[in-house]
Design a protein around this ligand. Structure first.
Ligand code: ZN
Length: 493
């Protein structure tokens, strides 16, 4: 592929030219949701960030296998090795089967992602469907000597691993300091060191989600699923692993340790992380009262929202920031995005009103296109792409107002420019366009029926003519015969 896409690699802490291991094939793994609650902004941002990468890589001609997992087991309430399973806790509180919780929230997550025009990944594997693979990786790590069994659970031996390799390469944490702290954590007496993490946990008698293993009836540790499923679907080494910055430690740090301990080498070439979302300058949290889920944004039904925001406004707003910057949600900022997106969509509609009035082009759409490619190649700089779309829309408006004259080639170039960057690559969908298109088809069908009725009348086929008129009237249409034909409207019920 001829391009110079650079992406920021969290592991090496620098921008690197993207060179896939097995071009044109690209393997990409992104940590998906733990499905036990409403889909929210913290789900939307990584999904949209990696959707942009997925779309762009495909545009560059790569064949991308995009795996985004579904965490439905093993993610404990405090993100560590003690406490209840997040899904099981929800199931207990609502008196449901854990898999009922998973099904319920997974469908809502997928619907919200579809509303945000996030393309479905190639594979969405469930952690609970890959217990055998996770037991296998645990065995491999035990065989290599970097894990130990304790009371039916298996823990990763961080201190031993750190003697051979380096624990903390991704997060940059100083693990020596962490190892030297001798603080004992309650309920973690089974571990040699508090920093050790679970590969397999023995289930307590009341624990519902459990599977047999060589060590105990239990369940896998949270970090293990991504190592096992990444390897199964993308191989022992693959190109890109992504997720939110909050996953760098401990989740991704532990994934690296698991891969290196089991295979002797790191699995991932490029680690990519999107920054976090804040609401009115604060971290989003249930206890802070600023937790707004996506459905509430779409309906406007939340005390902090002054109006509803369409999924495309949310998507556009997220893309107006670079993925490695924070995004702060507020009514004012979202309203500004809504206006901005309306301006772009209006400009796009105006392209069809443009008339070619010049014979020589003075419009340099090629230059804008080139600048947009440069921005995408510079670590997916979507805010810059958007600024050039605004520049193009100013030229469209100048032409509408008669200030500049365009050639027919210019008009076609403008349309292609928007089609590529706004719709295909940024993934904006013009919802009003879809509605208009379906109304147009509907109106054409009604016109056709009424033309058939006119013909029937000319042929004195009164039965057919009356049938069409009566049935349409019964369906709520008001039909008027005029001297040139007919008029109709749909009465509002
Ligand atoms: Zn993960």
């Amino acid at each position: 592929m001829e391009h110079s896409l650079s992406i920021y690699n969290t592991l090496t802490r620098k921008k690197e030219v993207f060179e896939p291991l097995h071009s044109p094939h690209v393997g990409m793994y992104v940590c998906g949701p733990t499905v036990y609650g409403d889909p929210h902004l913290g789900h939307a941002r990584p999904a949209i960030t990696f959707d942009i990468l997925f779309r762009y890589l495909r545009h560059l001609g790569y064949k991308v296998r995009y795996v985004r997992n579904i965490t439905d087991v093993g993610h404990l309430v405090n993100d560590a090795d003690s406490g209840e399973d997040k899904i099981e806790k929800k199931a207990r509180l609502e008196n449901l089967e854990p898999m009922e919780i998973v099904q319920y929230y997974l469908i809502r997550y997928q619907k919200a992602m579809e509303a945000l025009n996030v393309l479905p990944p190639s594979i969405e594997p469930h952690a609970s469907g890959h217990i055998i693979e996770q037991i296998q990786v645990t065995k491999e790590i035990l065989d290599k000597g970097y894990a130990y069994e304790s009371e039916g659970s298996v823990y990763f031996d961080v201190e031993k691993y750190n003697k051979q390799y380096q624990y903390g390469v991704l997060s940059g944490r100083n693990i020596e300091d962490m190892l030297n702290t001798t603080r004992e954590l309650e309920g973690q007496e089974e571990k040699r060191n508090s920093i050790d993490f679970a590969l397999w946990k023995k289930a307590s008698p009341e624990h519902i989600m459990r599977w047999p293993s060589p060590w105990s009836d239990g369940f896998p540790g949270w970090h293990l699923e991504c190592t096992a499923m990444g390897k199964k679907y993308l191989g022992e080494t693959f190109d890109i692993h992504g997720g939110g910055m909050d996953l760098i430690f401990p989740h991704h740090e532990c994934e690296i340790a698991q891969s290196v301990a089991s295979t002797g080498h790191e699995a991932v070439k490029y680690w990519m992380h999107n920054n976090m979302v804040t609401v009115n300058g604060q971290k989003m949290g249930k206890s802070l009262g600023n937790f707004i889920n996506l459905e509430e944004f779409f309906s406007g039904n939340h005390p902090m929202l002054t109006q509803a925001y369409t999924p495309m406004t949310i998507r556009f707003f997220i893309l107006q920031a670079h993925y490695r910057s924070t995004v702060d949600f507020s009514n004012e900022a979202l309203q500004a995005s809504e206006k901005g997106l309306d301006r772009l969509l209006e400009a796009y509609k105006n392209i069809s009103r443009l008339e070619a009035k010049a014979s020589v082009s003075t419009l340099s759409i090629d230059e804008l296109r080139q600048k947009c490619y440069e921005a995408m190649n510079d670590d997916l700089n979507t805010p810059i792409v958007i600024s050039y779309l605004f520049e193009a829309s100013r030229r469209i408006n100048a032409a509408i107002d008669g200030h500049i004259a365009l050639t027919s080639g210019d008009i076609e170039d403008l349309k292609q420019f928007f089609d590529l960057f706004l719709f295909d690559l940024l993934g904006i969908r013009d919802d009003s366009k879809a509605q208009n298109a379906s109304y147009d088809s509907f109106a054409k069908a009604v016109d056709l029926l009424l033309q058939v009725r006119q013909q029937a009348k000319q042929n004195k086929d009164w039965a057919t003519s009356d049938k069409i008129r009566n049935e349409l009237a019964a369906a709520g249409f008001e039909i008027k015969d005029t001297k040139d034909g007919f008029e109709w409207q749909l009465k509002s019920k």
